[in-house]
Design a protein around this ligand. Structure first.
Ligand code: NAD
Length: 291
């Protein structure tokens, strides 16, 4: 049994990213990422802070634009337009979720697809499905693929069950697994799927992206399966200083007994998401600088 160490795999991705940044600097360009945060969501603030810190660690430029909750759609669109026109900014992301009065889909569409390092713009969604490598793939599923590869898992002809059909994780994950080269046979399960445990027992690879703490129990997993746990869920825990702990969508203590490889939470998929964001920003910079 192998515990897939996301921190280690992320570190090796970031070593390569750092080398690429150095090469770009030698060629006279410093990659720049703009992160736009609207409102006061505490989790979003933490995510934005860690993205900006990671840019600094790697010697990349970053710009954090924190806007008040009452920012209007028009004001936010203006900020995006300015960033689109700014040649020192190669990647733009608007931290999700924005306040409810903001039409998130319209904001995503307003981002220049060449700067859409989250990979949420319809043009990049299309490129993923078309298997056009010039597009940007959402960071979390891209990171999951790297973890699967790093563990030496054979995906060709394997049955992969992706639990969750979100645009951020489930759908792009399914596209990546079924793409040429990965060649898995993919089933996407969701909240209306019948007999989920039975379905999952037919899987060689399970990717859980649901947002329900420890839902995937041992009876979902056949012996020797590979389990990638995307979930990040807070559960109350009085024994912890903060009063809670973070668990995945997989009941780790049970599933670890049956599987061939598994990602822990924390320390699995989480560190990969930010590493792939950095990699996407470097890719955007290279494309825009025509290097
Ligand atoms: P989402 O809420 O957009 O989607 C959840 C999906 O799960 C939906 O498609 C829904 O149909 C499905 N679902 C809900 N209940 C189900 C059930 N009982 N059985 C089967 N399917 C069910 O969530 P998301 O944005 O895709 O995120 C999923 C989880 O991954 C969350 O815990 C989130 O915090 C986490 N996440 C982690 C990272 C990371 O960097 N590690 C990044 C993004 C999301």
């Amino acid at each position: 049994m192998q515990v897939i160490n996301g921190k280690e795999v992320a570190a090796s991705v970031l070593t390569k990213v750092q080398q690429d940044i150095e090469a770009l600097k030698q060629a006279g360009v410093v990659p720049g990422l703009a992160v736009v945060l609207v409102g006061e969501d505490p989790a979003s603030k933490v995510y934005v802070g860690s993205k900006v810190r990671k840019c600094a660690e790697l010697g990349m430029n970053s710009r954090k634009i924190a806007l008040p909750t009452e920012t209007t759609q028009q004001e936010l669109l203006k900020v995006v337009a300015e960033l689109n026109a700014d040649s020192s900014i190669h990647g733009i992301l608007v931290q999700s979720p924005p306040p409810p009065h903001i039409d998130e889909a319209a904001i995503v569409r307003a981002i220049d697809p060449r700067k859409d390092v989250d990979g949420f713009h319809p043009e990049n969604v299309a490129k993923l499905v078309l298997e056009d490598p010039s597009g940007f793939v959402p960071c979390t599923p891209l990171g999951c693929m790297q973890l699967i590869k790093s563990a030496g898992v054979e995906t060709q002809g394997a049955h992969a069950v992706v639990i969750g059909r979100s645009m951020i994780v489930g759908k792009p994950m399914a596209s990546l697994l079924m793409a040429k080269g990965a060649d898995a046979t993919v089933t996407v399960a969701h909240s209306r799927t019948r007999d989920l445990a039975q379905l999952c027992r037919t899987a060689d690879i399970i990717v859980a992206a649901v947002g329900r703490p420890e839902m995937v129990t041992a009876d979902f997993v056949k012996d020797g399966a590979v389990v990638i746990d995307v979930g990040i869920n807070r559960v109350e825990d009085a024994s912890r200083e903060k009063g809670y702990r973070i668990v995945g969508d997989v009941k780790y203590s049970e599933v670890v007994q049956k599987c061939r490889a598994i990602t822990p939470v924390p320390g699995g998929v989480g560190p990969m998401t930010i590493a792939m964001l950095m990699a996407n920003t470097v890719k955007a910079c290279r494309q825009q600088a025509l290097l």
